[in-house]
Design a protein around this ligand. Sequence first.
Ligand SMILES: [Fe+2]
Ligand SMILES: [Fe+2]
Length: 245
Amino acid sequence: MEVLELYETAKVSQWNATRDIPWDRDEPMTATEHEVLRGLLSNYHFGEMAGIEIPAFALLKVKDREAKLFLSTQQMDEARHVEAFDLRLQQIGCDVKQVQMGNVAFSKALADLLTLETAEEAIAGIHIVFENLGSVAFRSHYRALCKTGRDPVTREILKRVIADETRHEQFGRTWMKKFLEANPERLEVVDGVQKRIAPMMIETLLHKSAKMKVWEIEREEDVASAVKKFTWILDDLGLDSSYLN
Ligand SMILES: [Fe+2]
Ligand SMILES: [Fe+2]
């Protein structure tokens, strides 16, 4: 899909966290389930905050009009994701201001993303690596909730967030493919970003993944298949994927 088509899809796919989530369908959960859900939602909160900041930087730096239009829609998407996950955290009794990041690899990956200097580096970091690998956390969680039929509130948030993230990821691939064809001398820089951040994201995803089984989330399995898909994406863009084997 071309960037302008993705922009068109974004315009008609806007949803509203206060209106479109079945907030009244909150269900009881055990203390362990609560602890794991709080941890997951906290990581989603931090990830989505970065999701607001890095595309904003890319929007500022990118030269072409189409990318600026698309990235403007992404700003609203990511703001809505923060809002939805924060509302869910509040609903299960957590103060969003007190939410803490307990995953060292994830902190490092987010800090690294904030050091990127050009549009292509930011898009490599956020759209190629973060949107592809990071969204495994959402997909894994969503798949488990569909299988068990539990937690309809989080399930609906995840379903809608995944649809948005898929669009962001498509934008990254489309934009980067054209960019690298026109600017092959930038390939090495883009490659450096993905090779540095992808291992941190993989480590992030596997952090405490065994505990998630309380919600029947099979993170390890999903990470393995996501890495395969990621390898294919890197190959298609002419980027190095050999370090993932
Ligand atoms: Fe997001
Ligand atoms: Fe996103």
